[in-house]
Design a protein around this ligand. Structure first.
Ligand SMILES: *[C@@H]1O[C@H](CO)[C@@H](O)[C@H](O)[C@H]1NC(C)=O
Ligand SMILES: *[C@@H]1O[C@H](CO)[C@@H](O)[C@H](O)[C@H]1NC(C)=O
Ligand SMILES: *[C@@H]1O[C@H](CO)[C@@H](O)[C@H](O)[C@H]1NC(C)=O
Ligand SMILES: *[C@@H]1O[C@H](CO)[C@@H](O)[C@H](O)[C@H]1NC(C)=O
Ligand SMILES: *[C@@H]1O[C@H](CO)[C@@H](O)[C@H](O)[C@H]1NC(C)=O
Ligand SMILES: *[C@@H]1O[C@H](CO)[C@@H](O)[C@H](O)[C@H]1NC(C)=O
Ligand SMILES: CC(=O)N[C@H]1CO[C@H](CO)[C@@H](O)[C@@H]1O
Length: 486
């Protein structure tokens, strides 16, 4: 991989519910129109700007840009809306005109995707994935829904969002993530239930009969409690997910749920048929979990951040040896209960995002441009905050809550906040693309765009390469408390 590419890969993450107001408010940008945030203005890392683009939506969740540059947004329990955007540059972009309903279907709750050519729209309910022919010029579907995958569960099944991801590397492969039916769900121990799995389906050849979720498709992993964010690393095609781990964790008679287990970023191999050790493996749930605050774990010999360790009282079948030997460990681990909800790589493999409902924030995770995060798997400072709630004591009621992310063609990052009905845009104030490693990413300035990972459209404007204060971010993570959501 070109060395030039190795400096500017980042993952953006959204963390939903907690954070700490250590940073400055974003400076009000001189925009022609300003929408006041419903709650307090977000706290934004130096060098970045976050502005409200649209408000008054009904629980906006997953988002995707259509080929005309408008945002298709799932309003949970309502359907899919199209938000048209103004031509304003940078953070001054705003919703324009009426928010139009594309599909009214109250079963839709989170997942949305478009085929590579933008002409087939996919969305998910708890039980099925549907497809419509979509006309971006008109902003509407031109066919009724067809079921492409079904048998995914019921609306009463606990975790009911089914995140969708259409591969950009292997044509026609649609990834679907199904979470558990309860906090601790024994059904996840039985691979045939399809519970707590991520699967990929070739939807380019789907016929009148939809795929059955439990029986068909390629298994990318099981034992995944609720992996709401899934993303494809654009340089190598590697599939990553971010997993919301268990609440109320006990170990050897001690309740250590406050800071354990960690939330996980897992690797699932590739879709191109090349096998990896991870793909299709068991990632631990509901028996094994990733360590976060090692010091609080009883009997934690040989346990580091990210080590798989056993829940409950270790015994002759479920113990730390079993967890380490038979299960896929995460590539990165994050603070307990951050509840990551989305994860997006930038278009050129230089950024990905993940969002989570205990952190209530947007973070970035640097990648090396060759398919892997730069931080070691034992790191507890891998995620760097970009946008957070200034006063976490007011969460969840008076906070924005990130739920979905989408990049536009100009490298701007759009973030939905379901509880406040808002969509934000996040950009770098120096005009650089948000999908570049910016001043707060902790990375040196991205090099000029050569090699396998060229910069985004406005990415020629390179960050100043300030050195980030990593200790400050570590303090933010340490402050995260249990706040089980979703
Ligand atoms: C668009 O989708 C809706 C809901 O899924 C359906 O009722 C409607 O008939 C579709 N429109 C067309 C033109 O097929
Ligand atoms: C569709 O593709 C999948 C995976 O390549 C294959 O297993 C399946 O048999 C194909 N189905 C049809 C109807 O061609
Ligand atoms: C998906 O199905 C199509 C049509 O049958 C086929 O050409 C293609 O190779 C399949 N893709 C994969 C990844 O199996
Ligand atoms: C699949 O992708 C991986 C990573 O990009 C690559 O190393 C491998 O050669 C690819 N396999 C095929 C069959 O193209
Ligand atoms: C071992 O521990 C696991 C996890 O707590 C539990 O489900 C299982 O029943 C235990 N087995 C025995 C034999 O006690
Ligand atoms: C741990 O579990 C494994 C397999 O589940 C078993 O073989 C081993 O004996 C157990 N270790 C102890 C110390 O009980
Ligand atoms: C490899 C890749 O995706 N390159 C893209 C990087 O971003 C610019 C601007 O969006 C595109 O033009 C490149 O195709």
């Amino acid at each position: 991989m070109a060395a030039a590419a190795s400096l500017n890969l980042i993952i953006a993450i959204i963390i939903c519910c907690i954070g700490r107001g250590t940073r400055a408010q974003s400076a009000a940008a001189p925009c022609a129109s300003t929408l006041a945030p419903k709650n307090a203005a977000p706290s934004v890392a130096p060098g970045w700007s976050a502005q409200v683009v649209a408000s008054g939506l009904q629980k906006p969740r997953g988002m995707v840009f259509d080929t005309r540059g408008h945002l298709l947004v799932v309003q949970q329990g309502v359907g899919i809306a199209r938000v048209r955007l103004s031509a304003e540059k940078g953070a001054c972009v705003r919703a324009e005109g009426e928010v139009a309903d594309v599909v009214a279907d109250e079963r839709l709750n989170h997942g949305v995707e478009l085929a590579a050519d933008g002409r087939t729209l996919y969305a998910s309910s708890a039980g099925a994935v549907y497809a419509w022919d979509y006309d971006a010029d008109e902003g509407r579907n031109s066919s009724g829904p067809r079921e492409v995958v079904n048998g995914m569960g019921d609306p009463e099944d606990g975790h009911v969002t089914r995140t969708l991801l259409m591969s950009r590397r292997v044509e026609g492969m649609l990834l679907v993530s199904r979470g558990s039916m309860a906090n601790l769900d024994p059904a996840a121990q039985d691979i045939s239930t399809g519970v707590s799995t991520i699967k990929a389906f070739n939807v380019s050849n789907v016929t009148d009969s939809p795929y059955r979720y439990t029986e068909d498709g390629v298994l990318l992993g099981w034992g995944l409690r609720n992996s709401v964010g899934i993303a494809e690393e654009p340089v190598t095609g590697g599939i990553y997910s971010v997993e919301n781990s268990v609440d109320n964790f006990e170990r050897e008679g001690v309740n250590i749920h406050q800071n354990n287990p960690g939330e996980e970023m897992n690797f699932h191999g590739y879709l191109n048929g090349t096998e990896t050790a991870e793909q299709g493996g068991n990632y631990g749930y509901p028996s094994c979990y990733a360590a976060w605050d090692v010091g609080e774990i009883p009997q934690s010999e040989n346990v580091q951040v990210g080590t798989q360790f056993a829940i409950g009282d270790q015994n002759a079948t479920v113990n730390d040896t079993f967890c380490r030997d038979g299960h896929v460990a995460p590539r990165l681990t994050f603070a307990a209960h951050m509840a990551p909800l989305d994860m997006k790589f930038n278009g050129n493999g230089t950024a990905a995002n993940r969002d989570s409902p205990i952190g209530y924030k947007l973070s970035v995770i640097p990648f090396d441009g060759a398919g892997s995060p730069t931080a070691a798997s034992t790191s507890n400072t891998a995620a760097l905050d970009i946008v957070s709630n200034a006063d976490l004591s007011r969460c969840p009621d008076s906070c924005f809550r990130p739920a979905g992310l989408a990049w536009d063609g100009q490298g701007r990052l759009f973030m939905s906040s379901d509880t406040t009905g808002e969509i934000y845009v996040v950009v770098r104030e120096d005009g650089g693309s948000a999908n570049e490693a910016g001043p707060s990413s902790g990375l040196p300035s991205p090099p000029s765009s050569t090699g396998a990972a060229p910069s985004g459209p406005s990415g020629a404007a390179v960050g100043k390469g300030e050195v980030v204060d990593v200790a400050r971010f570590a303090a933010v993570w340490a402050g995260i408390m249990a706040l089980p959501l979703l």
